[in-house]
Design a protein around this ligand. Structure first.
Ligand SMILES: [Zn+2]
Length: 351
């Protein structure tokens, strides 16, 4: 076991990676040859629980990492927003990914977390906690008629849009440098879905929303404002990172920001090359803590979803970040808050 506190992580795409790499749930449990996260590496890195994203890819014709969709500009780049997904396609992919979650749940080393007690049990015990998160709400019908079914299957966290439009909200395109104020806010259906989430105790995640969408959620939602995986716009002016005004709003509601480990969201120059020192991530933590206070900063790695900074290359590197914070002067109490304490508080207030 690492000498650092257990970690709750706000975002990973391991379930997507299994599909992409043609791997199975058994591979995840036994250890994979590829990717960033599996059960053995979670244990080695002290990862106790986290949001496991159910993300529906835009299909072979679109990939955010595909250079065909990327335009280099004088001082950065733009990536085109893919078109909306068809609901039936999204529901079929999400259904398959929920089947994978059910399969994970049959292993006694894994616990699908449906309440805060489940998360606490994972933090104090040996099981790996899986929280079902939808990254983009395309599988949910605009009238919310299937929301309850997904809740029953474990849904506890929901992003209204990934970086593409849905019936509920507009996603922010990947642009550097760029303000997050690109595109529209929530639709009427989006406002209804936020209220529905509040009623059932499902967390609404503002990651990937435009500035307009973020402010709409902030206004409509009665729960703490949460951004599961992002960074500080003042440090790296990516469209997906958060401005000071957004950070202040998150702190005002008692919410949090989970720091992404994605290289292109952390590096001040917006570059994709993951070869950069750990201090690049520490700089974001410093900025977020200075602006919001220690109670509002947490982790949201984006393992298996983004090219992470090389020193945070997979789940076994999680303790290295906490040790770097220790060396930078953070107290053990501060580190525990960043590792899991702040997530626990927000989940308790939300669920
Ligand atoms: Zn994401």
């Amino acid at each position: 076991m690492p000498d650092t506190p257990p970690i709750f992580d706000g975002h990973n795409d391991a379930l997507l990676a299994l599909r992409r790499e043609d791997e199975t749930v058994s591979d995840f449990l036994a250890g994979r040859d590829t990717g960033d996260l599996d059960l053995p590496r979670a244990r080695e890195g002290g990862l106790a629980a986290g949001f496991f994203a159910l993300f529906v890819p835009s299909g072979p014709e679109f990939s955010a990492s595909d250079d065909a969709n990327r335009t280099e500009t004088d001082d950065g780049y733009r990536i085109e927003r893919p078109p909306p997904l068809a609901g039936p396609y999204a529901r079929s992919v999400v259904g398959e990914m929920l089947d994978a979650v059910d399969e994970l749940a049959t292993d006694d080393r894994v616990r699908v977390c449906r309440d805060v007690d489940d998360v606490r049990a994972c933090i104090s015990g040996d099981e790996l906690g899986v929280v079902v998160h939808f990254e983009g709400a395309e599988a949910i019908r605009p009238d919310c008629s299937n929301f309850g079914d997904y809740y029953d299957r474990g849904l506890r966290s929901l992003g209204l849009a990934w970086s593409r439009p849905t019936a509920f909200a507009d996603g922010v395109p990947f642009r550097y440098p760029s303000s997050p104020d690109v595109g529209g806010g929530l639709t009427d259906a989006g406002r209804r879905l936020v209220r529905r989430c509040n009623d059932r105790g499902v967390l609404v995640d503002c990651a990937h929303l435009t500035a307009a969408g973020f402010w709409d959620v902030h206004e409509v939602s009665s729960a703490p404002t949460v951004v599961s995986h992002s960074g500080a716009h003042e440090v790296c002016p990516l469209s997906r990172n958060l401005t000071d005004e957004q950070l202040d709003a998150v702190a005002d509601t008692g919410g949090l920001v989970g720091l992404t480990f994605g290289a292109s969201a952390l590096r001040p120059d917006g570059g994709r090359d993951p070869d950069a020192p750990l201090s690049v991530a520490v700089e974001h933590v410093d900025y977020l803590v200075d602006r919001m206070g220690i109670d509002h900063v947490a982790l949201g790695s984006d393992f298996d979803g983004a090219t992470t900074l090389a020193p945070l290359g997979d789940a076994t590197a999680l303790p290295d970040l906490l040790r770097a914070l220790r060396e930078a002067g953070y107290s053990e109490r501060d580190i525990e808050k960043i590792a899991h304490g702040n997530w626990l508080r927000v989940l308790s207030a939300t669920w």
